[in-house]
Design a protein around this ligand. Sequence first.
Ligand code: GDP
Length: 300
Amino acid sequence: EKYEKSLKKTSKSFGARFNEFLANFRSVDEEFFEDLEDTLIMSDVGVDVATQLTDDLRREVKLQKAKSQDDVKRVIIEKMVDNFGESGLDTSLNLQENLTVMMFVGVNGVGKTTTIGKLANRFRNEGKKVLLAAADTFRAGATDQLVEWAHRSDVEIVVGKEKSDPASVVFDAVKKAKTESYDILLIDTAGRLQNKENLMKELEKMGKIIKREIPDAPHETLLALDATTGQNAISQAKEFSNVTPLTGIVLTKLDGSAKGGIILTIQQILQIPVKLVGLGEGINDLETFNEELFVKGLFQ
Ligand code: GDP
């Protein structure tokens, strides 16, 4: 229910646009599909995905002989959910029996630190032993912000000095997590995309340090993207996947996004699963991504 409520803003735009479109429904003809395609594109679904989805819907509507407004709406919802499913992408977090190491990457301001704070709280509430690593030593204030989140969730944190080597923070954190039997280690990193070479080197170095202690880690490398930036998020994702392998995406600020359609595009174009969605600034405003709930929420 909370999911639906938080998605209201998204559904008011993406969903409302659809509902409005369907309210004007007259008959299933070519004009209908052209308008449908336009509606998708206006919702930031992206031209290629919108065209493909419209083609799929054209086929499906014919196949199912859908004629009434309700039937057509049902087919659209089904097909959108299917489309997510067909991608074959696993949207669940790769959690381990023992220690799970998660790295967070993304440009400044997208909501990395906030996401880590929310996740720390969630895992802590599940009774897990959580450690944070403030490896964004580059941005002034980043560490303080994460320390605050650590207090809020009552979890431990490893910090380094300002401008110190982020890899040494990671080294200390991994050692601590291992020797003190933590369940979860969440690592915040600096998102300097404008200096790609440095960023790549930094992330590689961190990866090596983690692997030395835990060969199959990091278990997740999650890219945070701001849903309100629309198609810009796609180019950020492309750039980041060239810098480091990604296992999933956290789509933040979906509560403030007028363009929820981006989520359909991200999975299809990038072949990276959206694993978490941010639905507000509060500690509880983070949800595990669920295709069906998401699509249905759009049509509330
Ligand atoms: P970082 O630089 O990537 O670590 O970004 P921050 O975590 O500092 O977040 C930047 C701003 O976005 C802060 O004001 C957060 O409160 C806000 N923010 C983060 N996630 C969400 C979200 O899901 N919804 C909304 N509305 N705001 C968010």
